[in-house]
Design a protein around this ligand. Structure first.
Ligand code: PDD
Length: 308
C-alpha cells in the first residue's frame, strides 16, 4: 500500500481520500499538525509530539477530539494500513528504508462560511502515513547548502511560531526562495538579523567547541529533535548555549547543522554564498548524529552515518 489515510478514524484508500470544501483547515489554514516518524515501523517520540500537538491546540483555541491513547491507537492502525509496497531507493539513507512519516492533522472542522471560529464545532482528524522521504545519504556525507530569507526590512512571518499550525504560506515562499538558489533549506532571519530556525527545521552552530542554538524565546518551534540533540550533547559533555544567533555568527561558525524529525542531524556546509568552516561536515556534528542514530534505532542502528 505504502500510503495509509485515516479520516476521523475511518481508513480510506489514498486515491479516494477527500475532505470537505467547507473545512476551515482548507479555507483558512485553521488547523494544527504534527509530523512523527517511525523506526522499525514503530512511531518514535510519540509523547513529545502529542504534547506539542496539545500545546498548539491550546494556543489556537482548537479542541483535539481524541485522547492521546486513542490517537496512538489510530496512528498504529494507519501505519499498519500503509505497510508493504515500498520501492527501493538506492540514494536513500539506510535508516529510512521502509519507514513512514505520519502526519497528524486536526482542523477546526466545517461550518458556515466566516472567520468566527464559533461557526464550527466538530474538529476533523486526518492521519497520513507516507513513505519517509528523508535527505539522501549523500546529503549526510557532503552536507547541504542553506539560504537565509528575511532579515531587516524583509518579509515578516505571521502567527505564533511556537504553535505548529496549518498556515504555512510564509514558509512555502521561503522554501521557494531557497530552491531558486539550489539550497536544501531556507533559514528564517528575523528583523534584527538573527537566525531563528529553518522553514521546517531547527538550526545549530558549533563555535569554539560550544554548541549554540537559538532559545525558544527567539520565536521558534520547540523541535522534538532539537530537545533530543541538546540532551545528547550534554550527555557527551559538549557545552550547549541557547542564545540568539546572529546570521554573521552562523556564517563564521566552525560547523552548523539542522535538526528535524525527518532529517535527524543534517550537516550544513553553506549559508548563502558563505562556506561554513572548511565547507564539509564537521566532527561535532558527526558525533551528535552518531549518538542520535544509536538512540533512535531503525535499520543499521548504531552505525555512524558515513561522512567525508
Ligand atoms: N516540521 N521548526 C519548524 C518551523 C518546523 O516545521 C519543524 C518540523 C521543526 C523541527 O521540529 P521536529 O524536530 O519536532 O521535527 C522546527 C515538520 C517535520 C514538518 O513540518 O514537516
Amino acid at each position: 500500500m505504502t500510503i495509509g489515510v485515516s479520516i476521523d478514524g475511518v481508513l480510506v484508500p489514498a486515491g479516494e481520500a477527500r475532505v470537505p470544501v467547507f473545512d476551515r483547515g482548507f479555507l483558512y489554514g485553521d488547523s494544527v499538525y504534527e509530523v512523527i516518524r517511525t523506526y522499525g515501523l514503530a512511531p518514535f517520540a510519540t509523547t513529545p509530539h502529542l504534547d506539542r500537538l496539545a500545546a498548539s491546540a491550546e494556543r489556537t483555541a482548537l479542541r483535539i477530539p481524541w485522547s492521546d491513547a486513542r490517537m496512538e491507537e489510530e496512528i498504529g492502525r494507519v501505519v499498519q494500513a500503509s505497510r508493504g509496497g515500498d520501492e527501493d531507493d538506492p540514494e536513500g539513507a539506510p535508516w529510512n528504508r521502509g519507514e513512514r512519516s505520519i502526519r497528524v492533522v486536526v482542523t477546526r472542522g466545517s461550518g458556515e462560511m466566516g472567520l468566527d471560529p464559533g461557526l464550527a464545532s466538530d474538529p476533523m482528524v486526518v492521519l497520513l502515513a507516507l513513505p519517509l522521504r528523508g535527505p539522501p545519504l549523500s546529503a549526510y556525507r557532503k552536507g547541504v547548502p542553506t539560504w537565509p530569507v528575511g532579515g531587516p526590512g524583509g518579509p515578516r512571518r505571521g502567527g505564533d511560531p511556537s504553535a505548529k499550525t496549518g498556515e504555512h504560506l510564509f514558509h512555502v515562499l521561503a522554501v521557494r526562495e531557497a530552491r531558486a538558489h539550489d539550497a536544501h533549506e531556507a533559514l528564517l532571519v528575523d528583523g534584527s538579523g538573527y537566525v531563528t530556525e529553518g522553514a521546517s527545521s531547527n538550526v545549530f552552530a558549533v563555535r569554539g567547541g560550544v554548541l549554540e542554538t537559538p532559545p525558544l524565546g527567539a520565536g521558534i518551534l520547540a523541535g522534538v529533535t532539537r530537545a533530543l540533540v541538546v540532551g545528547i550533547a550534554r550527555d557527551l559533555g559538549i557545552p550547549v548555549q541557547e542564545r540568539p544567533l546572529p546570521l554573521s555568527a552562523l556564517e563564521g561558525a566552525d560547523e552548523a547543522f539542522l535538526t528535524s524529525t525527518v532529517r535527524e542531524v543534517l550537516p550544513v556546509v553553506r549559508v548563502g554564498d558563505r562556506a561554513i568552516g572548511r565547507g564539509e561536515p564537521g566532527p561535532v556534528t558527526g558525533r551528535l548524529h552518531a549518538a542520535f542514530r544509536e538512540r533512535a534505532g531503525g535499520h543499521e542502528s548504531g552505525k555512524a552515518p558515513p561522512r567525508g
